[in-house]
Each structure stands twice: as C-alpha cells, then as structure tokens.
Ligand binder design. Structure first.
Ligand code: GTP
Ligand code: MG
Length: 297
C-alpha cells in the first residue's frame, strides 16, 4: 500500500523555509532571497521516496503586517496549517523566537498537530554548544515531535527532516503523478524567477512593491527557443527609474540573470522580454492583489 504525508513549512520570514523546500525537492521551485517576505503564496513541492509521496507546502514567513498583501500572506499561513499530517516549524537558531512564532506553535500544540522544530542556519554558530540552551528554551515553551538542527545551506540535516516526515506518513493513494515536483504553472514559476532576481538586486522598499506577470510563454514552431514576455509592475512612479536603472542597466542585469536560470530550469534557449508598468499602491488594493494571484488559494 502506498503512503502519503502532507506537511506545511511555517516560521518567521527569512528563516530558510523556501530554501528547505528546494533542497527537499531537489529543484529550485521557490524564490529565495536575503530580503524578508520573499514568499507571497503557498507553494507546493512534491517528493517521492519509494512508496511514500511527501507533499510540502511552503508558506509566507511570519512578520508584522504592513499592508493588505501582508494580511493575505498571514491568512495563507493560517489556512495552511490544518488538514495536514504535520508542521515543520522552521526557526533561525541565531535569533530569539518571538511572540508571533510562539503563538503559532502553541496554537498547533492546542490542536494536537505534530510540530517538528527545524532549527536552521547552524553553520552560523561558532560552536554546536550554543545549540543546547536554544533547544532547552524552546522545548520549555512548547511541545515538539522532534527537534532537528540543520544547515540547509550546507545540506546538513535535511535527510533527517525527510526521515522524520516519512515516519508520519499515512497509508493512502498518491495524489500527484510520480514525476511531478510542484503544482505551480510554468508561467508562475517563470514570473517568480524574475521577481527573485529583482529582490536580490534592488534595495529598500522598491523590490517589495514589485509584482511580475508572465503574459506569454511559447515555444517556437521552427526553432528550439522559448519566448517569454513579462511585465514588471512597481508601486510608485518614483520607482520606475530605480527598476530600469541607468541606461536600462538594472533591468538588463535582472533579466539576464533570470534568463540564465529559466534556460537551466526549462532546458531550452530562452528569449526573455521584460516591460515595466506602474500599479500605484497595489499592495493595498484588493482587486490588484487578486489579479496578481496573491490572495489565498
Ligand atoms: N547561513 C545560512 N543561510 C541560509 C540557510 N538557509 C537559508 N539561508 C539564507 O537565508 C535567507 C532566507 O532564505 P529563504 O529560504 O528565502 O527564507 P524564507 O523562510 O523562505 O523567507 P520568507 O519567504 O521571506 O518567509 C537567504 O539568503 C538564504 O540563502 C542556512 O542554512 N544558513
Ligand atoms: Mg520563502
């Protein structure tokens, strides 16, 4: 009989949740950046090991809400932690846990949801001795099914996380085809790759106000070329010059980096065209949030 486990990855923004999802799936399906609030929606990642199908939901990071988009992101977290087999709660071992994180863990404890505490970024510790007080503090505050220190960056401990999830799997049919790694449409994956490059290259508030929509994605009939055209939306007219850069340098840098990653992912030569457009204050406008696919699924 086949087995399945559904697991949500939750935790503070920037803890490394999307990095973990990518490491588990073995492909870059979720954007990663050093900026907070990188992930905006729930992202499904699937991994099959023998007869077990593991289904992971990466979620937006916990943060203090600053606009309507934030509220949708935090609702996504709330909606993603029920009707599953376990939650991987990911914390950054170099930072003290805050009340928002603790509130979520305790509400999971109350609902009897198994919580696996994954303490990430152990590569940043000077000595592993620093872990013991962190673990003692957390386990005195809440209940965990397991506590697993990891460094997703170095690949340390990721296998232990997978083994722990396999233990929680239930006898069930597989819900996804064996070769499927994500349920995100290709246009969404491409748009996210472009947004990730802008997040990595731009600073301050500008990248947080970016949304990317892929308008067209089509393989040519006569050549092995994938034509992609994307629109980069920014939220203030004053951001336009920053997004484009001097003589178009920023846009060129971001689209070149995105094109290289797109070619690697789709294994085909890519011709990427990016346009820019303003959508004034879109992060506070429900209809625009919805049109960008950023309200809860
Ligand atoms: N030093 C170190 N950095 C890491 C590790 N794992 C992830 N990071 C970095 O931490 C930053 C945040 O990683 P993400 O995977 O985007 O974090 P996230 O939890 O998904 O963040 P949000 O989507 O904003 O909630 C990136 O710069 C990663 O490269 C790790 O094990 N060690
Ligand atoms: Mg993320």
């Amino acid at each position: 009989m086949s087995r399945t486990a559904f697991v949500t990855i939750a935790g503070r923004t920037n803890a490394g949740k999307s990095s973990l999802l990518n490491a588990i799936v073995g492909e870059k399906i979720a954007s990663v950046s050093s900026k907070p609030q990188t992930t905006r929606t729930r992202i499904t990642g699937i991994r099959c090991i023998g007869d077990v199908q593991l289904v992971f939901f990466d979620t937006p990071g916990l943060h203090r809400p600053v606009n309507k988009l934030s509220e949708h992101m935090l609702n996504t977290v709330r909606e993603s932690v029920s009707d599953i087999d376990a939650v991987i709660f990911m914390a950054d071992c170099t930072r003290r846990i805050n009340q928002q994180e603790l509130d979520l863990i305790r509400s999971l404890n109350d609902s009897k949801m198994p919580v696996i505490l994954v303490l990430n970024k152990i590569d940043l510790l000077k000595s592993m001795d620093e872990l013991a007080p962190v673990i003692a503090d957390l386990t005195s505050k809440a209940k965990f099914q397991a506590v697993i220190p990891v460094s997703v960056l170095n690949g340390d401990g990721v296998d232990i996380v997978i083994d722990e999830i396999i233990k929680l799997s239930q006898e069930s049919v597989h819900y996804f085809p064996e070769d499927m790694i994500t349920d995100q449409p290709e246009k969404v994956l491409a748009a996210e790759m472009i947004r990730e490059k802008l997040l990595q290259l731009l600073s301050d508030e500008v990248p947080h106000g970016i949304a990317v929509g892929v308008e067209e994605m089509k393989e040519r009939d006569d050549k092995d070329i994938l034509d992609i055209s994307a629109v980069i939306y920014y939220e203030r007219e004053s951001h336009k010059g920053i997004v484009i850069g001097k003589g178009g340098a920023m846009l060129k840098k971001a689209s070149t980096a995105a094109r290289i990653e797109l070619e690697e992912f789709f294994q085909i030569k890519v011709n990427l065209k990016c346009w820019v457009k303003v959508k004034e204050d879109w992060r506070n406008r429900e209809n625009l949030i919805r049109s960008f696919g950023l309200s809860e699924k």
